[in-house]
Write a protein that binds this ligand. Structure first.
Ligand code: ADP
Ligand code: MG
Ligand code: ZN
Length: 486
């Protein structure tokens, strides 16, 4: 029997606000700050303190919801999700349950199979938990609790079970990350855990419309883990069904080293959490005017921008995709294209995805910090296009531009790199080479025509590699013909 995979994703994204969700504690880079230094009675769960909603976090949440074409609720409610865990000092997490911030959205993806929309079920606000570190030390094992992360605003984005292939899952996850970064609400630094995935995976007979029993794989911190765990589960469930068994609904962990999922607990149901409305917070009311103000300020989103780059600039998908991944890169591209109207945009794209990206990767530099302005890149590509310098020289010039921040004109001038296209200058070089090599010239005239390539090489060498090849060819041909005739 052929099976179809069915996947729904729950994505937790930290919101890059300056303070926490319900208190004034700063949000810090959890990989850098000393443990338990950004905490207060509210996020530590002391009795008798009251939470206050961070308006910026609501702003960010609405912007994501709008980017996902959701309906933003006029009134949503915070709810307590009760459970005990050492990284949750209050004994409950403030989340949203029956009345989330937003619902009914979609995210557009493109895979080799084409473009489609994945439905977004809901988007809601909640708070992050602290962080546990499990230590093994001289036979003792213990756990450390860091509450710096406790209370950091989290946005949970829940998809419908609409994905069926690993390509779709990857495109959805990457597309969502791109939106979060584009909106500036999340850095997208997966290694820092600012985006975490939970994959709900089931399988069903190909063609069936019913949903099979699903498992939920928790705490996936990378695209790789997301994809591998999904593939592993699909295969495992297939084996279970094929051997006549039934898939158990359960919560799984993912062992990255061994590449296997493992059972954490049989699936808890929502009622296990004893959700109830948060008595310390009023309903969250979002007036129409607030939503419309944010809607008006939304930037162009990565998917739309990619489509526009393909349509308007004739970029291949791979280039368009790379260029829209970061807003500053896409802006750079558009500025460079504007500064070089006579150059094909594709060629600007090539210089960026080739040379500039390579340099940025190699230096571990951020693209936004490179010293070559879009106008300077445009200038360089223009000069190459006009034949003033050749492709190889242009690469040399560009690397010097990146190092020194100097303009192409300065570098070409200072290093005498201008390509020689002047017919007079090249004519003199050709004459010089022919006269300096009478033996070869005689063999050529006696019929050894292949020597013209050798002469070409000599002239190029005399031009220190900076001669315009077309001009040299033409001039060489002209003088050789003249000598044949003469
Ligand atoms: P919970 O809150 O208990 O995790 P939800 O009903 O909110 O459960 O669903 C969570 C996720 O599971 C959603 O992304 C949903 O699309 C997905 N999902 C639900 N049923 C299935 C299924 N049978 N197969 C795959 N994914 C599913
Ligand atoms: Mg879940
Ligand atoms: Zn606090």
């Amino acid at each position: 029997m052929e099976y179809e995979a069915v996947v729904g994703l729950e994505v937790h994204a930290e919101l890059a606000t300056s303070s926490k969700m319900f208190c004034a504690c700063p949000v810090v880079d959890s990989t850098r700050a000393e443990p338990n230094t950004t905490v207060c009675p509210v996020c530590c769960g002391m009795p008798g303190v009251l939470p206050v909603v961070n308006q910026k976090a609501v702003d960010y949440g609405i912007r994501v919801a709008l980017a996902l074409e959701c309906q933003v609720a006029h009134t949503s409610l915070f709810a307590r999700k009760n459970y005990f865990y050492p990284d949750l000092p209050k004994g409950y997490q403030i989340s949203q349950y029956e009345y989330p911030l937003a619902e009914h959205g979609r995210l557009y993806i493109r895979t080799a199979a084409g473009e489609r929309a994945i439905r977004v079920h809901r988007v809601h606000l909640e708070e992050d938990t602290g962080k546990l570190t499990h230590v093994q030390n001289n036979g003792h094992s213990y756990s450390l609790v860091d509450l710096n992360r406790a209370g950091v605003p989290l946005l949970e984005i829940v998809s419908e079970p609409d994905m069926h292939t690993v390509e779709e899952v990857r495109a959805y996850a990457a597309g969502l990350r791109a939106i979060l970064r584009c909106l500036g609400v999340n850095s997208g630094d997966m290694e820092k855990g600012v985006i975490r995935f939970e994959a709900n995976v089931s399988i069903r007979p190909q063609g069936s419309q019913e949903l099979g029993t699903r498992v939920e794989i928790k705490n996936l911190n990378s695209f790789r883990a997301l994809e591998r765990s999904m593939l592993y589960e699909v295969e495992r469930q297939q084996r279970v069904l094929e051997s006549g068994g039934q898939v158990r609904q359960e919560t799984l962990g993912w062992n990255e080293a061994e590449g296997v999922t493992f059972s954490q607990r049989s699936k808890e149901e929502a009622h296990d959490y004893r959700y109830f409305p948060e008595p310390d917070l009023p309903p969250l009311v979002v007036e129409e005017e607030w939503v419309e103000r944010l809607r008006a300020a939304q930037p162009e989103l990565p998917f739309a921008r990619m489509q526009r780059f393909e349509a308007d600039f004739g970029l291949p998908e791979a280039d368009a995709r790379l260029l829209v991944e970061e807003v500053c890169v896409a802006d750079y591209f558009e500025q460079a294209v504007q500064a070089a109207p006579d150059v094909p945009a594709r060629s600007i794209a090539n210089w960026m995805t080739g040379e500039l990206f390579a340099w940025v990767n190699q230096c571990g530099e951020e693209f936004g910090h490179i010293r070559v302005s879009p106008q300077a890149l445009a200038d360089l590509v223009n000069r190459t296009q006009r034949g003033e310098i050749n492709q190889n020289t242009a690469k040399t010039v560009l690397s010097e531009m990146l190092e020194s921040g100097r303009s192409p004109a300065e570098i070409i001038q200072a290093r005498g790199l201008g390509q020689i296209s002047d017919a007079g200058a090249i004519g003199a070089l050709v004459t010089g080479v022919l006269e300096a090599n009478p033996k070869e010239l005689a063999s050529y005239l006696a019929g050894k025509e292949t020597l013209s390539n050798w002469f070409f090489g000599q002239v190029m060498r005399a031009a220190k590699g900076q001669g315009n090849p077309q001009v040299i060819r033409a001039e060489l041909e002209r003088q050789l013909q003249a000598r044949k005739a003469g």
